[in-house]
Design a protein around this ligand. Structure first.
Ligand SMILES: Nc1ncnc2c1ncn2[C@@H]1O[C@H](COP(=O)(O)OP(=O)(O)OP(=O)(O)O)[C@@H](O)[C@H]1O
Ligand SMILES: [Mg+2]
Length: 421
């Protein structure tokens, strides 16, 4: 954004207003345009000054911050960040429902404040862009789920980079959902530290709305993908799809994915390693499931069981389940044909091994398809994105089809027998 971000500070404490003003004084690109000491004054000043961002306290005389937020966002386009000592989930949820974009618990640092202001503006711009370019009818986006029952095979790495590759290819923002509900780290792949997560959506009483889902998501710094973070702590995963759910008869994950598919052309889902309810929903509703494996016997053995459940028990068609062999060039004695025969399944993509690039990207919070675009690893992800956009189904390499046929003819040999044959 070329112009500076204008900020209105709303708090009944003069000390707090002064300290925020001081914090923002030396911040280039941000300018404080006014202050208000109660909710009513906030509404009047917001309409008069039309600031990009309003920092809004909750407990104030005359009118509280939640009521003021509601009154402001129904009339003008701005980005409200609730600032409050009441940092609990209930206040966060009520703030979001009132129309706030973010929530900052007091006390906060200069960095946290400036990041929240910039993020709120970026989300606002992206939403405005989306509203402008939104087609009159809802989309029917494609849902792509990465899965494996073995940990550490590269699901998160590949999901993050495929989402970015799809966004670059389609020039549309892509949704990325972290359904590794206990230990998800998707936000770190983009260097994000969000205050919101999927849990906030699972505390909503009434029906979920696409706008609310968008507000809980965080855009990556380049705006290419919008990330729905996993819960901040493992035990909160039960509030999403387990026993601690607010309404036991609701499938929150199903509702969220349904709304995202109406909003985004592509929704990419990362998962953990279990068939928990939320993951099952993402598998059931997926247009494409990428099962990630790697060329070592324990992982392949595990993948054989995983494929069996997907194909036999869940009865997904083979066209929906695509196998990705990660670190494919480090096969350590197992040929690709051996692996295909052992699993009785064709490999759709062979992902090259490149620890340096993968680790650099994860550590710097920058997807390699953007920053290390000239690597074979990035090329492969770009190819996958191209295949997804070109056809209704992810393409299967011709060499792979041959291998699948071979597997069909010779029958399942069993992964362990490969080692000893
Ligand atoms: N093609 C690759 N070449 C080299 N290293 C890779 C490759 N893909 C992923 N890695 C590395 O493997 C490790 C595990 O990757 P990642 O976290 O994406 O796996 P995961 O399946 O999501 O794991 P978890 O099940 O724990 O969520 C990371 O250190 C990552 O950088
Ligand atoms: Mg992962």
């Amino acid at each position: 954004m070329g112009e500076r971000i204008s900020v209105l500070i709303v708090d009944d404490s003069k000390q707090l207003r002064d300290s925020v003003r001081t914090m923002l004084e030396f911040e280039e690109g941000v300018v404080v345009v006014g202050e208000a000491e109660d909710g009513e004054e906030a509404v009047a000043k917001a309409k008069e000054l039309r600031p990009h961002v309003i920092l809004m306290d909750i407990n104030m005389p005359k009118m509280d911050g939640l009521a003021a937020t509601q009154a402001i966002v129904k009339d003008i386009s701005t980005n409200v960040i609730i600032i409050s000592v009441q940092g609990d989930a209930d206040y966060l949820r009520r703030g979001m429902q009132a129309g706030a974009r973010d929530f900052l618990a007091k006390p906060f640092t200069v960095d946290e404040l400036v990041t929240a202001i910039k993020n709120a503006c970026r989300t606002g711009e992206l939403n405005a862009l989306y509203t402008r370019s939104a087609p009159p009818t809802a989309k029917t986006g494609k849902l792509i789920t990465f899965f494996s029952t073995k940990g550490g095979v590269g699901k998160t790495t590949l999901a993050a980079n495929l989402a970015v590759a799809l966004a670059i290819k389609t020039k549309e923002q892509v949704a990325l959902v972290d359904l590794d509900l206990e230990f998800g780290v998707m936000t770190t792949m983009f260097g994000l530290k969000p205050n919101t997560s999927i849990v906030d959506l699972c505390h909503v009483d009434g029906p979920l709305k696409a706008e609310l889902v968008q507000r809980v998501m965080v855009p990556s710094s380049n705006g290419l993908v919008s990330v729905l973070a996993s819960p901040p702590s493992p035990e909160q995963s039960a509030e999403v799809d387990g026993d601690a759910r607010m309404a036991k008869d609701r499938n929150y994950v199903g509702e969220i994915l349904g709304l995202l598919k109406q909003t985004f052309s592509y929704v990419v889902v990362d998962t953990g390693t279990s068939f928990r309810d939320g993951v099952l929903t993402a598998l059931d509703r997926a247009d494409v499931i990428y099962v990630v494996t790697s060329p070592d016997i324990p992982t392949l053995h595990n993948t054989a069981k995983c494929l069996d459940i997907l194909l036999t028990r869940l009865e997904y068609p083979r066209t929906k389940v695509k196998l990705l062999l990660n670190r494919a060039d480090g096969t350590m004695g197992l040929s690709h044909d051996d692996i295909t025969r052992g699993l009785d399944y064709g490999i759709s993509y062979f992902v090259p091994s490149d620890g340096q690039t993968a680790t650099w990207a994860a550590n710097s919070g920058q997807p390699f398809v953007l920053r290390k675009a000239k690597t074979p690893l990035a090329d492969l992800l770009v190819q996958m994105a191209q295949d997804l956009t070109e056809s209704g189904q992810a393409s299967t390499a011709s060499s792979t089809e041959g291998a699948e046929e071979a597997a069909g003819r010779k029958g399942r040999k069993g992964i362990f027998s490969l080692l000893h044959s």
